[in-house]
Every structure is written in C-alpha cells, then in structure tokens.
Design a protein around this ligand. Structure first.
Ligand code: NAG
Length: 261
C-alpha cells in the first residue's frame, strides 16, 4: 500500500468516526426514531409474519380467510421446520401436566376431547401443495385428500392420546368433517397410529348451517348429558374450544394456515 492510499484510508475512517460521533450527539426527535423503527420492522417479512402469527394464535385477528401473501414462505418454513413441532410439544407438556393432576373416578366417564384436522392428523402434505393457506379453501380438492386417508399424525398429539388413555381418560373425537367422511376418517386415524377411541362425532344433517363453535359446543353438551366429564379439550381452532359446555381446560395447538369460525 503506497503512502497516498494509506492517507486516503485514514481520511475515510476519520470521516466515518466523526459522522457516527456527530449523529450520536444530535438528538433526533423521539417520534422520528419510532417511525423509522416501525418502518424497518414492518418491512422485514420475518418480523412482520411472526407478529401476524401472534395475532392469529391469540384470536386477536378474529375471522380471516387467507394468509398474507408475504407470509407464504414464513408459514411454510414454520410448518415444515422445527418450530411447529416445538410449539406443539410445549402444548403437549402443558396438557399432560394438567391431565396428570385430574382425579380419575374410574367410572369410565372422565373424558378428553380431541379435534382431528391439524390436531390428531396433520394436513401439512396437502397444504404444502396448496400454498400453506394463501389461496381460498378448496373443498373439492381437500375432500379428495381426506379420501386418500394418508394424513400423518401430529407427533405431539399421538403421544398425548396414548398418555391420556394410560391415565384412564376416555377419548372423544369431535371433528368438523361430515358423516360421509366417517369411513375415510377412521381409516386415516388407524393409519396414523390412533386406536380405541370412545366415540367419533362428525357433522350430520342436523348440523348444516351451524358454525363450528355452535356445532362443537352442542356435541360436547350431548356428551355431558351422557354423563361424561370433559376435563380437557385439544384443538387448533378457537371454535374447537370456545362456546358452551367447555372443558375444564382447553389447549390451543398452533395453526397459522387457516381459520374456521
Ligand atoms: C355462531 O353461531 C351462533 C348462533 O347463530 C352465534 O351466536 C355466534 O356468534 C356464531 N359465531 C361465530 C364465530 O360466527
């Protein structure tokens, strides 16, 4: 490096340092800083989509029909990567620590309710081919997927299912799927490793027009009338858990792909 190059570099560095120094002593108004910060944050897809997912999981977002376009990659990475599995495993921990403290009467009426889609079974292989919820729900193609009966188990739910049975709970399956899908649903549950549930409730003709919250609450109420005590309820949708005849404790599993009211 010759002498003039060295002088040039020193000059550039000292200009940089004085620039940083002068910036730190000139106070920019707080509001301007905040605006810059907010712009930087909402420009970043990873940060934006993580926060969007927060509003979805807490139900702050309310009813929504498709994921933001800019979040397709984020949701795909989440569902296929370690975070979905990790979040589900932590829900499993919470569910189990509650379940272990339930006093089982031994009369065969201590019950736990499970939803099916995105709870016992994972439709990620389907949604992977359908933009992870970025398009509108296509009933025809989803029904074809259901008929295949090849959805894998969500590992955290498979573990919870058998732990609960071991503790003495009766398992009630309550799904938004329809009666005509009973055969394919049973076949898929067995394929995924589930066995020996107490009952499987699907939508029948009397449920047409009911939203999911109303339909599922009604079925839980019927179970209670049959003498079941519903201690726990696991589902990926708020409509699995809200309404009446609620479980003592409800456990919300993650699902940033779709919302069912
Ligand atoms: C579901 O239907 C019931 C009864 O019509 C209604 O009170 C409730 O607000 C509905 N819930 C949603 C989320 O649409």
């Amino acid at each position: 490096m010759d002498y003039s190059t060295r002088i040039f570099i020193i000059l550039v560095i000292s200009i940089q340092i004085s620039h940083i120094y002068s910036q730190s002593i000139i106070q920019t108004p707080l509001e301007n800083n905040r605006k810059t910060l907010i712009r930087d944050i909402t420009d970043d897809d990873e940060i934006f989509c993580n926060s969007w997912k927060f509003t979805v999981e807490t139900n702050d977002a309310g009813i929504w029909s498709r994921i933001p376009k800019r979040c397709v990659k984020f949701v795909g990475d989440y569902m296929l990567g370690i975070r979905y599995a990790s979040d589900s495993d932590r829900v499993l921990d919470s569910s189990l620590s509650f379940a272990r403290n339930v006093k089982i009467a031994g009369d065969g009426k201590d019950a736990w309710v499970f939803d099916i889609d995105e709870t016992l079974l994972s439709n990620v292989p389907y949604y992977q081919l359908h933009g992870f919820g970025s398009g509108l729900f296509d009933e025809k193609s989803f029904d074809e997927w259901v008929d295949l009966a090849e959805a894998p188990a969500l590992p955290a739910s498979l573990k919870l299912f058998y732990e609960l049975k071991h503790l003495g709970f009766k398992i009630i399956l309550l799904t938004g799927r329809s009666e005509f899908q009973r055969g394919a649903t049973e076949k898929n549950l067995l394929f995924a490793g589930y066995d020996d549930w107490e009952k499987l409730c699907l939508r029948d003709d009397s449920d047409i027009g009911k939203n999911a919250t109303l339909y599922k609450s009604g079925r839980r109420q019927l179970a209670e009338e049959e003498g079941y005590r519903i201690h726990g309820n696991s589902g990926d949708q708020w409509s699995d858990l809200l309404g009446f005849a609620r479980a003592t404790r409800s456990f919300k599993l993650p699902n940033p792909m779709y919302y069912i009211a």
